[in-house]
Design a protein around this ligand. Structure first.
Ligand code: TPP
Ligand code: MG
Length: 329
């Protein structure tokens, strides 16, 4: 018998299953990218968010299409969860003309304003001023929009973080700073890089609300983001969410992983994987049976691979395209 899973956003069983499917599709998307990379189809590097799917899905899915978000170099999950086309993202990363930026930006420059995705960013901390400016726009134009600014833990040591948070707090902007604390900034442990225990404590110095949560727990992310949206919409100012998570893969494609132990990675993969935890919960509550789960998962995997193959057939940008989109018209 199904036991409804309580959540503050009042998502029903079907909506929750849809979020699980979103997490699967993000994982399959990135696993497909890994394969394509090994096959020599992708130039440059990539930063995979495998292991961090619950933070992206549990938060971005609560936004309306007209709400905004900014992301980082590790943006695939956020961009897909906000509604950016998977096909256009594959095409972008494969350097095809049909990509979100005409195939000229690549993995770190996915943007799609049509769904409120104001862009990812290769500059660590580069999203803070952009997102804060977007929130100021929303407030001045009284549009009722909310902004989520995603960042990593390492980025909170950039000056832009502190300047942006201060301004957002004094102007009471409708923005949620969502830190995905995956424990490392490249090869640096966050514990060696900051002298505080919780990054959410930083909210206190700016006079804003702050909270640290288990980021691999989908329901916890949903509830926390829901509360934060209500808070910023009611004009009480910004919220800082620190979500504890872990990236299963290396920082980028060139990472020999010498800075963390195999045991540590294995523990996060085996005991705290966001997808496995969600599947276990949904099965236990009877939202779906094991057979249905496996069937849907396999179907989605096949579908994602087909999308990649379709994007691969597209043409690359023409040489003349090098000179377009460089300056605003
Ligand atoms: C301004 C700037 N400094 C340094 C870098 C190099 N760099 C790229 S990612 C990264 C680590 C970022 O760590 P974190 O914010 O925790 O994000 P994560 O990679 O863990 O998602 C660094 C130092 C950069 N891209 N931009
Ligand atoms: Mg990090």
């Amino acid at each position: 018998m199904t036991q409804t899973i309580q959540n503050k956003a009042k998502l029903d069983d079907q909506a929750l299953i849809h979020l699980l499917e979103k997490m699967w599709s993000i994982r399959f998307f990135e696993e497909t990218l890994e394969r394509l990379y090994k096959e020599g189809e992708i130039y440059g590097t990539m930063h995979l968010s495998i292991g961090q799917e619950a933070t992206a899905v549990g938060s971005a899915s609560l936004l309306k299409e007209t709400d905004w978000m900014t992301s980082t170099h590790r943006n695939h999950g956020h961009s897909l969860a906000k509604g950016t086309s998977m096909y256009a993202m594959f095409a972008e990363i494969l350097g095809r003309r049909t990509g979100t930026s005409g195939g000229k930006g690549g993995s770190m420059h996915i943007a799609d304003p049509s769904v409120g995705n104001l862009g990812s960013n290769g500059i660590v901390g580069g999203g803070f001023p952009i997102a804060t400016g977007a929130a100021l726009t929303a407030k001045m134009q009284k549009t009722d929009q909310v902004v989520i600014c995603y960042s990593g833990d390492g980025a909170t040591n950039e000056g832009s973080f502190h300047e942006a948070l201060n301004l957002a707090a004094i102007w009471k902007l409708p923005i949620i700073y969502f830190i995905e604390n995956n424990q490392y900034g490249m090869s640096s442990s966050i514990h060696e890089m900051t002298a505080i225990e919780r990054l959410s404590e930083r909210s206190l110095s700016y006079g804003m609300k702050g909270i640290t949560i288990e980021g691999n727990h989908l329901l916890r992310v949903i509830d926390t983001t829901y509360d934060a949206i209500q808070h910023v919409k009611s004009g009480q100012g910004p919220v800082l969410i620190e979500a504890l998570t872990y990236r299963h893969r290396g920082h980028s494609k060139s990472d020999s992983g010498l800075y963390r132990s195999v045991e540590e990675t294995k523990a996060w993969q085996d005991k705290r994987d966001p997808i496995t935890q969600t599947e276990t919960l949904f099965l236990a509550r009877g939202l779906l049976t094991n057979d249905v789960l496996l069937e849907r998962k396999q179907a989605l995997k096949t579908q994602v691979e087909k999308v990649a193959e379709r994007a691969k057939q597209d043409p690359r940008p023409e040489t003349a395209a090098l000179f377009t989109h460089v300056y605003a018209e």
